[in-house]
Ligand binder design. Structure first.
Ligand SMILES: [Zn+2]
Length: 249
């Protein structure tokens, strides 16, 4: 017996199978990450040609088999087509998809992650924020939504909260967040400016619809780049294949 289901999601991976078919992975609101077979998806006239592409976002109709799903059709809301205006945008989109593919789980509802994917892809399309910053905001917020939020509001050791008045603060990924200068006599971790700390507080807490409506100076972007990179390497510890493709154009 096959059970028909409707899910909201985004195609985060698509692989050719045989001559005409595709196997896709959809990050869904209802069932987390699921894998589906799209029969005839690579035929030029196939009904599933467009909706089984990576980045397709919308409602998908699937038949649930014993241990896999078959894609029947879809009502696609967006393909994030403007990302394709520039090669670099495509690679950043692919990177975020690979990140979600690696981090998400099957049959576990992804909470806000699907909405985060949506607003992050939109930010790449609109291109008001540098792509490098979009990527770091996406990663930091992803990990926060996934239960790996760094402490950015008070010193991990003395718990004082007036850190935005401090001259010098350090981000220590191993310890799990920020440490004030008075506590960190050995100065382990990355020194960060007040602006970078403020940006981090914004990234972990802003409503998703406003997550990408800020910008920072180049120096602060460099700080955020380093801080989030160390956070990702200690919390994820895996290098995405598409990372090498970023900023080569
Ligand atoms: Zn302290």
């Amino acid at each position: 017996m096959y059970n028909k289901i409707n899910v909201t999601g985004m195609v985060i991976a698509a692989m050719p199978v045989g001559e005409y078919d595709r196997r896709i992975t959809i990050l869904t609101m209802e069932r987390g990450k699921i894998s589906a077979f799209a029969r005839g998806a690579r035929k030029p006239t196939g009904a599933l040609l467009a909706c089984s592409q990576q980045f397709a976002f919308g409602e998908f109709v699937l038949y649930e088999g014993r241990d896999s799903y078959n894609l029947e059709g879809a009502d696609i809301k967006t393909y994030f087509g403007d990302i394709r205006n520039d090669m670099n945008g495509i690679y950043y989109g692919m990177y975020m998809c690979e990140f979600a593919l690696y981090m998400s789980r099957e049959n576990v509802q992804p909470g806000q992650i699907l909405n985060l994917m949506y607003v992050s892809m939109r930010a790449l399309e609109k291109a008001r924020m540098p792509k490098k910053l979009v990527r770091r905001v996406f990663e930091m917020r992803y990990l926060t939504e996934d239960g790996e939020m760094p402490e950015v509001y008070s010193c991990l050791l003395c718990h004082r909260e007036d850190l935005l008045e401090e001259e010098r603060i350090l981000f220590d990924a191993e310890k799990g967040g920020v440490v004030c200068d008075a506590c960190n006599l050995k100065h382990t971790g990355l020194p960060i400016s007040r602006s970078a700390l403020y940006a981090l507080q914004y990234i972990v807490s802003a409503p998703l619809e406003r997550l990408f409506s800020f910008n920072v100076k180049e120096t602060v972007l460099e700080e955020l780049d380093r801080v989030v990179a160390t956070w990702v390497s200690t919390r994820v510890g895996h290098k995405m294949k598409t990372e090498e493709m970023l900023d080569i154009f």
